[in-house]
Structure formats: C-alpha cells, structure tokens
Design a protein around this ligand. Structure first.
Ligand code: F6R
Length: 600
C-alpha cells in the first residue's frame, strides 16, 4: 500500500531514500516525503502531494543528512495533500507510518485537549506527538510507550534529532524488513527498496521493534524482551526490480510468464508416478486422502485464479472445491470444518483481508495452506504449510505473471491430490505433459501481440464491454474483465455465458462488444449458440479460443482441456494492457489502486 524506507550510516541519506521510494512507488503514489537529520543535528523535512520525482526535484543541494526516513503514500485517512503526506513531525521527532490507527480519533482529541496543534487529517500524525511527549531517555523506549497506546496496524520508522544516527522501526500487520550493510543499516517495507544496497535482510515479525545504528541492530518485542533474528539472503537479482528496457512493468511481466511458469514447475513434476511434489505442502498421503473439501480464499485476481484452481481440483481430484473472496469470508462467521483444506492465495502475501481470513481460520482450528509469491510475507508465515509461486517480484499494480503462476501451482496441487485419489497414471501423465508444454505455448501467444494490440486499440473506443465464458471459461472471463477495468478504466462486466439469456442479453447492442472465451472442449457448441444469440442482436463478438472462425478471433494453442484456461487468459492481459496504452493511461500505476492492500 504505502512504502517506507529508512537509512542510517556514513553516506548522505537523501539519494538513498529517494531512490528507494521510487522503487516502492508501485505500492502507493499520491504523495511522498523524506525527513533527515542534518550534519548539524537539525531535522530537515520535505514532503509534497504527487510523485516521488516531483518531491525530489524540489530539494535544495544542501538538503543532506546521515539518518532519515522516507514515505510514499496511498491515501486512506485524509485526501492526498502536502499536509497529509508523511513524514509527520513533532518537535525533534519524524515518523513514517503504514497501516491504520483505529483509535486515532480518540488520541487526536486527547492531544488537542492538551493544547497540541495537529496539522494534518491523518491517523499517523498522533505517533510523533506520542513519541515526543514520552519522558523515556532511549528513543526505543519512547516508541514502545507510544505504540502501547495504539490500536491498529503499523509499520513505522522513526528518527529523533536527540538521538542522531539512531533509527527505530516497528511492525504490527504492515511489513518491515531490515537491510544490513557495511557500517550502515537500512529498513524498508519491501525488499525492492533494499536490493541495490544489500542482499542481507531480516524480516521483523508482528509485535517486534528494532533499533538500528550504522554498526548494527537489535530487535525486541513490544514489551522489551530481546529477540534473536537470523539474516537471510535476497536471492532475486536486482534486475528483476527494473523495467529492463520495457516501457511498462505490466508488459515486462506479461512477457516473463514463460520463465515464471518454468520456475513454478521446476523440480515439482514426478515422471515416475506421473504426479507432482510440492515441498511445503506438509500433508502426508493419508492426510491428503482425508480431505473432503477444498476452500480457496483470495481477493481480486488472486480470487479468480483460486476459482480456476477450484475447478482444477474438482476435475482432477474429484474433491468438492470452491473459491470465495477472502474479503467476504472473514466477515461472515464461516463454518470451519476439520476435513476441509483451506487455501489462501496472495501475490504479495500482505493483503489484509486475506491475512484476516487466515487468522480467523487458524483461530477456529482450520488447516490453511498458502499459495503465495512473496517469500517470508505475513500470509506465508501465518499458514500451516505453503507453496511459493517463484514468479519473481511483480511490480505492476495489475497482476499478470502471479495470476498465471498461481493457476499453474493449482494444477500441480490438483495433480498431486488427484493421483492420491482416483486420477489414473495415464491422466496424470497427460496433465504433466500439458503443464510442461505451457511455457512454449505462452511464447506462441505472446508472438501475436501486435495483432492483439491492434484489436485492443479498436475495442478501446467502446465505453463498455461484456466478457463471457462457460464453466472453464468463466474464471477466464472474470479475470479478463478485471484486467480491462483496472488499467483502461473501460467498464467491463463478466458473465457466465449460460446466464446471458437470464438477463444481460438485454444490454447487447452494436455499442456493447462481447469478448467470448470459447475453448474447444465439450461445451464448444453451447458456446457457439450463445454467440449466435449475441450476433443476432448486432453485438460485436471477439472470440478467444482455438478456432479462427472470423476476423475477430484470437487463436491460442490447444493444451489439455483442464489446462486451456491458463492459456486463454494471456491474450486478455495483452488486450487490457494495449487498450490502456491506446487510451494514454499510466498502465503501471492505475488511478485509485495500489499494489498491495494492507488495510481493512
Ligand atoms: C489485480 C490485482 C488485485 C490483486 C488483489 C490481491 O490485478 O492486482 O485484484 O490481485 O488485491 O492481491 P494479492 O494477490 O497481493 O493478495
């Protein structure tokens, strides 16, 4: 959601903070700011509505410091403005904060009653005041005291001119990672901001606080018990966080899908028993046989990938499976069953709704498996077992490669469960071969980009579009509509093809084109007759399928029917991307959205 960067060491903190913020901008981008402790011990603050580059451009040459904090914001409390931008300051203290302080109104009222003048509408502004008012000698203790008064979630970084060279960071529900350098220390909400400077990192746990000095760090709990942390090494190459010559991260990530799928499959297919092995599953065959139901939870595209996953599990393993938005599940007092396998899906591993659903499930004794991209993230750590996507960092707000890798991991899980249940070795081999064929087939679809781009340019003229699919095509249609809405702002509605005649057919006209998912499976004739109904009402139809029936057809290579939906989604990603480009939108940073939604 928002991004945090902090530094202490011998170098000038300013370029490190601004460069780090630019790398985190995908998480939030309505305002940005930094605060550094100058060499003469004064606090220098610069913050402004708008992008990081605009904020940094206005910095005078003498704006330098040895320790500092930075923030890029996506507004939750209070509109984007200079005053609401972070860092928030009280006297000698500057704080950047991610998360939501639920009792902020009450705390603000108390501060105002004590004669303190608050200058923003944010919940975060209470933090520097609470810290500044503490009588504690150590900054760490002052932060601890302030946090004990807070109800809510936070990832924070604090500097205080009374403690030059000291940074205090803390985490509760919003990630904080420490970066260990040579006589310098870093902290950030995401390793993306650290990769340029160090590979050695430490992930803080919820309820942990760290004090950083140039020569090292110490961690403790909120009630001051020391904790011990082993640094881990960031494996991902720095280049993975760069656009590497692509105009947009979204396009780069669409093109990375063959390699991402290879990685998701690597070492997981068993040619002897025609099954899949998933290391982190932590489920022996007897436990796997005892599963009576699978319930998949995620939000947005993660939920649609989960719907595709549920279909794969039902088809291949014949275990009843369904997907539900985690954001709904967590609020409806769900019945939790001992013989249900719950699966939480998340690219970022931070989505608060999904995390809250996992926590509720664990509290009720449910067994939860995570299908997550971000290694060491909150959701990954909260689950009983898990499978990583290994898709690499996904920077564009619109999810593409993580969506595809999630579907591939579900196919592996379905194959694994299927081979423990009733899927024959021959069918196991058929699916494994289908999976191995995916990377080359995705390449083949990507080679059609120019044609899909020209179709997208044409479709971008319409104000609204319908996406339809039947059974296996239905989650594909939903994801296609979601992608188009997110980046092009063209209204798109997804409907099961079978439901058209029960209502939305009334909308069909020459002004409303339909994108239809038409795999060559046992339902192809049914789908074709639905398309006939649309055409009879002068509706334009673009088909994504296996047959070139008319000029508006995008033809994808045929795989096994169960795996075809994975391939059918790829043209829809390109369609959305190129429609957004044709309309001149900021594809990687669509309006009103941020990459990970870490708030309620
Ligand atoms: C879609 C998109 C969102 C996310 C959703 C879940 O392109 O970006 O719908 O899929 O917010 O995010 P994660 O997967 O990080 O939990």
């Amino acid at each position: 959601m928002c991004g945090i960067v902090a530094y202490t060491g011998p170098r000038d903190a300013v370029p490190i903070l601004t460069e780090g913020l630019a790398r985190l901008e995908y998480r939030g981008y309505d305002s940005a700011g930094i605060a550094v402790i100058g060499r003469s011990g004064d606090l220098r603050v610069r913050k402004a509505e708008g992008r990081v580059a605009e904020m940094a451009a206005g910095l005078p040459a003498r704006f330098k410091g040895g320790a500092g904090v930075g923030h890029t914001r996506w507004a939750t409390h209070g509109e984007p403005s200079d005053a609401n931008a972070h860092p928030h300051v009280a006297g000698t203290v500057a704080v950047v904060h991610n998360g939501i302080i639920e009792n902020a109104d009450e705390l603000r009222a108390k501060l105002v009653a004590d004669g303190i003048e608050l200058t923003s509408e944010t919940d975060s502004e209470v933090l520097p005041h609470l810290i500044a008012r503490s009588g504690a000698t150590e900054l760490e203790d002052a932060v601890r005291e302030a946090l004990s008064q807070i109800v809510g979630t936070y990832g924070i970084a604090v500097v205080d001119t009374r403690h030059p060279g000291v940074l205090v960071v803390a985490r509760n529900g919003s990630p904080v990672v420490l970066g260990i350098g040579e006589k310098e220390m870093f902290a950030a909400s995401d390793v993306a901001a650290l990769v340029r400077y160090t590979r050695q990192v430490v992930h803080l746990d919820d309820g942990e606080l760290a004090t950083l000095r140039p020569d090292g760090f110490r961690t403790s709990t909120l009630d001051a018990r020391a904790t011990s942390k082993e640094p881990s090494v960031i494996e991902t190459e720095e280049a993975a966080y760069d656009a590497e010559g692509y105009t947009h991260f979204m396009r780069k990530e669409i093109h990375e899908q063959p390699a991402a799928v290879e990685r998701a499959l690597r070492g997981r297919l068993d040619a002897r028993f025609h099954t899949a092995h998933l290391g982190g599953l932590d489920l022996d065959p007897r436990e796997a046989r005892a599963i009576r139901r699978v319930k998949i939870l995620g939000c947005g595209s993660a939920y649609y990938a989960g719907q595709m996953g549920a279909q794969l599990i039902e088809e291949l393993a014949r275990i009843p499976a369904d997907a539900e938005p985690a954001s709904e599940f967590r609020y409806r007092n769900p019945v939790v069953e001992a013989d249900t396998l719950y699966v939480a899906v998340s690219q970022s591993g931070e989505t608060y709704d999904t995390l809250a659903a996992v926590q509720e499930l664990r509290r009720k004794g449910g067994r939860v498996l995570g299908v997550v991209n971000a290694v060491g993230s909150a959701i990954a750590r909260e689950c009983d077992g898990g499978v990583y996507l290994h898709a690499g960092p996904e920077i564009a707000v619109a999810s593409t490669k993580a969506y595809t890798s999630t579907a591939v991991v579900f196919a592996l899980l379905a194959l694994h469960l299927g081979r423990i249940h009733d899927l024959s070795p021959a069918d196991g081999r058929r699916i494994a071969e289908g999976l191995r064929a995916l990377p080359a087939q995705i390449e083949e679809i990507l080679r059609q980009e120019d044609r899909i781009a020209s179709l997208a340019g044409d479709l971008a003229k319409y104000r609204s579009m319908l996406f339809v699919g039947r059974v296996r095509g239905w989650p594909v249609a939903r994801e296609g509509a979601q992608k188009l809405k997110e980046v092009s702002y063209v209204h798109a509605e997804a409907y099961p093809a079978s439901e058209l005649k029960h209502g939305p057919l009334a909308l069909v006209s020459p002004e409303l084109p339909t994108v239809a998912i038409v795999p060559d499976d046992e339902l192809v004739d049914k789908n074709r007759s639905t398309l006939g109904e649309i055409r009879a009402r002068q509706g334009r139809v673009v088909t994504i399928g296996h047959r070139a029936t008319d000029e508006d057809a995008v033809v994808v290579p045929k795989n096994e029917p169960e795996l075809d939906p994975i391939l059918l989604t790829i043209p829809l990603q390109l369609l959305a991307y190129h429609a957004a480009v044709a309309l001149g939108h900021d594809v990687d940073k669509p309006r009103n959205l941020a990459k990970s939604v870490t708030v309620d």
